[in-house]
Design a protein around this ligand. Sequence first.
Ligand SMILES: Cc1ncc(COP(=O)(O)O)c(C=O)c1O
Length: 472
Amino acid sequence: MDFHIVIDRYLEIDKYTFMPNSVLIESADGEKRGITEMNAVMKSTSSHQPALVGGPKSVPDNRPEVFTWPIVTTEDEQAVLNVLRSGKMSGWDITKEFEREFACWQGTSFALASCNGTSSLLEAMFGVGIGRGDELIMPSLTYWASGLQAFAMGATPVFADVDRQTLCIDPADIEHRITPQTRAIMVVHYCGHPCEMDAILEIASRHHLKVIEDVSHAHGGFYKGRKLGTFGDVSAMSMMSGKSFAIGEGGMLCTNDRVIYERAVAFGHYERHDELTLPTLQAGAGLPWGGIKGRLNQTCAAMGRVQLKYYDQRIAVLQSAMNRFWDLAEGIPGIRPHRTPPNSNSTMGGWYNPLAHYCPEELGGLPVETFITALQAEGVRSARGAHLPLHFHSLLNEIDVYHDGRPTRLAGSARDVRQPRGSLPVSEQVAARTFGVPAFKQDDPEYIRRCVDAFQKVAHQASELRDAKKLM
Ligand SMILES: Cc1ncc(COP(=O)(O)O)c(C=O)c1O
């Protein structure tokens, strides 16, 4: 009897590639005689072979203009030049204009500029009253300057774990860490993702704790329709060149609380002590209470004023690009977006350092390093993205910075607040379960589509990459 083989179902490998998933064996009269699953039987054709193992690149063209940031025009150049020519780099007039405009944009009563974000965060800590022996609850997954300044105040950080999806401090891991020494919670809107502010504010209010927001990754972002940096008692942020809101070097503190603002002025801005109205602060006017000088260089303030005019429209473009990327990438195995849900009224601001969640179990255990290397070989900008947890570092465990005879982490504490490996499981896994995706600044649909094709190709050929990796 004659038989022939008919393709029964196709498996979609990517948008260009379908391969037979199962075949039917039919006799000439149409009688079905058997079915054979073909899953993973066919090898990829050469055009679908990952570039890492000899296939063609998905994104052959290098497009630096799609990634250029900050956007600097002749308007920025002229503003900076004017400061240089006037010799007013160390003045206050342009900085105060910048602060006024920034406070208006941010929606807070006060904005105080500093030479960097580290300094603004230090002033915020002093502003809310952190001092000797206090504990500051913060995430371990962040840049050190979210909280290491606590050491300089005789205080100590206590780390809470982060939420698996948002990568921001997990409200469910805060409360059991609160002690009579806890003074404040430092939240970080990590890589642009807003923290769960409703739950955090509720905990803080029940325990009479201050909330400080580190907005260094999330300028212009929203949580449920309200701007990040307006939830806490005070917010502070970096504006260094790599940030979404970038002015060269600089920091900004924002608050609605006059006491916090004036304490910050007292701490690091002795030339502005004429602004102090609180008698306790006036009594110490003339010298900076923190023994530091936080003044911003006015070339940066001038650039900041120009950047602020265009910031919202520029981040609208990049938000559209990043959301386009993730909408197209929906359903690719092994990766999930680190972004706010659509229509949630929460946004990722300037999408600082955009990340993907990586699920190696969906890709046969392919390590994230190989996935990244394969994307790079395709011509896609990708790299490791997340910080190593702070609680691993010797500075948070052993180092005695100020000659107290014990680790500085413990110097002001009645108890051992150190947190060994294993104590913050989600934070500790983030490096292996995330990676950086291209930070598109321009919305070029065709280019973005090609990048997504590269992700498709790499994810669908994970087994080939894994086998090739073993032979390398
Ligand atoms: C989350 C976070 N906080 C604070 C800072 C410190 O800011 P700066 O470098 O301007 O001192 C940075 C980055 O630089 C940061 O990423």
